[in-house]
Design a protein around this ligand. Structure first.
Ligand SMILES: Nc1ncnc2c1ncn2[C@@H]1O[C@H](COP(=O)(O)OP(=O)(O)OP(=O)(O)O)[C@@H](O)[C@H]1O
Ligand SMILES: [Mg+2]
Length: 264
């Protein structure tokens, strides 16, 4: 007898057009920064939600300056009302627990929490629901792929070969669970020299471009390294909002345009 297919239970979220997973194999490469700024950039022309799926290390409430917010529960529908910031609808475990408190759940609890974030939040009508995933290829990634039809995954990487090893694992995982790969974003790709405006390579350039070309994974864009990107997120005003004419914000806007072309 054939084993049951866990993906048969996939159901879409009513009103939500495209679910985009922002992922990386490796931790700390800028997924949350990219997810936040991408959501903001998409939000300039479209209706956007941002789900922080990093249950153990939520970053979205801080990055969007909404740490003190607590979502209401609609008594009629029993659904959580998302927090709205800069026109983006947000949900994160960080709104429900104290910052600094550890979440010590096992797999089944994670599964339940993800399910509630997808089904029991009043997302309303959205063109894009951007999901900020935790690092790695674990329970949360699989739960998302099993529960909802993900339109595509965006892989975030830094230029070095140490990141490439983990990118390959993420690509393998998404292919196994039939999630299309929208493309790769190279974060901290270069730095603009403030003295002469020249591009400087911060990290040794690995074979990521050659690898993604060999796998037909499009490059969606390159985001420069700039301390102001991190500072803006710390201050709760993402760089797309804080300095919308800067090279970094423009790089995010260009990625958003590409995604709109792929997923109209
Ligand atoms: N383009 C950039 N320029 C400067 N700093 C950046 C850039 N992108 C990310 N950072 C900084 O790098 C650090 C890690 O970023 P972030 O938290 O977004 O990574 P992550 O991949 O979500 O991490 P985790 O795996 O822990 O979830 C943060 O301090 C962030 O401000
Ligand atoms: Mg993160």
């Amino acid at each position: 007898m054939a084993a049951p297919n866990p993906f048969e239970k996939q159901t879409s979220i009513p009103g939500v057009k495209h679910i985009i997973a922002v992922s990386s194999g490796k931790g700390g490469v800028g997924k949350s920064t990219v997810a936040t700024n991408l959501a903001m950039a998409l939000g300039k022309k479209s209706k956007v939600g941002l789900l922080d799926a990093d249950i153990y290390g939520p970053s979205i409430p801080r990055m969007l300056g909404s740490l003190s917010q607590k979502p209401n529960i609609n008594p009629e529908t029993n659904q959580l009302e998302p927090i709205t910031r800069y026109g983006i609808k947000l949900m994160s475990i960080g709104f429900l627990i104290e910052e600094g408190a550890a979440v010590v759940w096992r797999g089944p609890m994670l599964f339940k929490a993800m399910d509630q974030f997808l089904r029991d939040v009043n997302w309303g009508e959205l063109d894009y629901l951007v999901v900020d995933l935790p690092p790695g290829t674990g329970d949360v990634q699989l739960t998302l792929a099993q529960k909802v039809p993900v339109a595509g995954a965006v892989l975030v990487s830094t230029p070095q070969n140490v990141a490439l090893i983990d990118v390959k694992k993420a690509v393998d995982m998404f292919q196994r669970v039939n999630v299309p790969l929208l493309g790769m974003i190279e974060n901290m790709a270069y730095m603009v020299n403030p003295v002469n405006g020249e591009k400087m390579q911060l990290f040794p350039k690995g074979e990521i471009d050659a690898y993604s070309a060999s796998k037909n994974i499009p490059k969606l864009g390159e985001i420069p390294f700039n301390p102001s990107v991190g500072l803006a997120c710390e201050a709760g005003i993402p760089i797309v909002e804080a300095n919308s004419n800067g090279a970094e914000a423009q790089a995010f806007m260009a990625v958003a345009d590409r995604i709109r072309e792929i997923l109209p």
